[in-house]
Write a protein that binds this ligand. Structure first.
Ligand SMILES: Nc1ncnc2c1ncn2[C@@H]1O[C@H](COP(=O)(O)OP(=O)(O)O)[C@@H](O)[C@H]1O
Ligand code: SF4
Ligand SMILES: [Mg+2]
Length: 323
């Protein structure tokens, strides 16, 4: 088998916050196959964005990667010269307004800029390729829309422009962090369609980050579930939906609205994700878990393999006994 395209091994990211060190991401590992699609799921505050920013080395000055390795096609990104990799080999799309477009640049120029920045082609060709990419992401009359400034566009249009900018260099990996969260349901579906189509056309591998399990159901092959900075479950998407291995995943699934079931009141997992300053000992999900036993609050659960393509970090799979 080929090398994985992206391999994250034992990633721990620490922030200095008010004189203390917090670790919103702790010992996170996963990999993405060449051309594959991985979903990272978890409620808001689970550490998904910090994971993405760690991979891209876009962390603020107060943060550092404490341990772990991030390999891109077998090369450690710590030594790879990140500015050349970012944007060229790895594209990114974020939820607005976290990383918005430059308000004073025409959108066509912004998309073309990625190409000239990485010396991929001369400006005239960059412009043509930018317009072609704007057409592919579904902008009608792209020659004219390329002249627009971001404020002249709707949120959905701006997100299309961001996707065009992220894909114009034909990166091998796209990291999309909540790319549809700020958009209404119809536009959400259109944006996911575009990502799916672009993946098929360009062979780009995708890491899709979302708090919404419903979004990834038809999009990815495998899923990593994060809770309070840790991976609690990893599985192929069919197993995850059919037979979730972690009580947190079960809770997330019950919270997904279902077609033909409009009457049902939507379930919510009781309580909230704790902030990194208050991560509980043992299993971090224990305060919210209906299945918790004494061992859960005392010891961190080991990751137990349930099948070759599924594992969960939960004591119930050992019969609540230490192995
Ligand atoms: N710049 C920062 N400084 C301090 N703590 C941060 C910073 N960014 C994120 N965090 C902490 O990391 C935790 C996880 O955040 P994040 O990765 O954004 O979650 P998610 O993307 O899953 O919603 C948050 O609870 C927050 O406390
Ligand atoms: S380890 Fe215990 S508290 Fe944690 S999810 Fe499993 S049963 Fe619940
Ligand atoms: Mg986030």
């Amino acid at each position: 088998m080929n090398n994985p395209l992206l391999q994250v091994e034992g990633l721990t990211t620490a922030f200095r916050a008010g004189g203390a060190l917090i670790r919103p991401v702790q010992d996170v590992s996963f990999s993405v196959a060449q051309g594959g699609a991985l979903g990272i799921v978890g409620e808001s505050g689970s550490g998904k964005s910090v994971t993405a920013l760690s991979i891209l080395r876009l962390l603020p000055d107060t943060a550092r990667i404490e341990t772990g390795r991030i390999l891109f096609d077998g090369t450690d990104l710590a030594t790879a010269g990140m500015t050349s990799v970012r944007g060229r080999d790895i594209g990114m799309v974020f939820q607005e307004p976290m990383t918005s477009l430059n308000p004073v640049l025409r959108v066509g120029d912004q998309v073309a800029e990625s190409l000239t920045l990485h010396n991929i082609c001369p400006p005239a060709e960059a412009r043509a390729r930018a317009i072609d990419m704007l057409r592919r992401v579904g902008l009608s009359d792209p020659e004219r829309r390329a002249q627009d400034y971001p404020h002249q566009m709707s949120g959905g249009m701006r997100q299309r422009v961001m996707i065009a900018g992220a894909l114009v260099c034909r990166p091998r990996l796209l990291i999309a962090d909540e790319p549809t969260t700020a958009l209404d349901v119809t536009i959400q579906a259109q944006i996911l369609d575009i990502l799916r189509r672009m993946r098929a056309e360009l062979g780009t591998a995708i890491v899709l980050i979302t708090h919404d399990l419903g979004v990834i159901a038809e999009f990815v092959e495998s899923v990593v579930v994060m809770y309070a900075g840790r991976v609690v479950e990893r599985a192929d998407v069919a197993s995850l939906f059919r037979n979730p291995g972690h009580p947190y995943t079960t809770g997330l699934l019950r919270a997904v609205p279902r077609l033909h079931d409009v009457q049902r009141r939507l379930y919510q997992i009781p309580g909230n994700v704790p902030p990194p300053t208050r991560f509980p000992p043992g299993c971090r999900f224990a305060p919210r878990c209906a299945e918790a036993r004494p061992i859960c609050t005392e010891h961190v659960p080991p990751e137990i393999a349930l099948s070759p393509s599924q594992s969960a970090a939960c004591w119930k799979h050992t019969g609540f006994a230490r192995p």
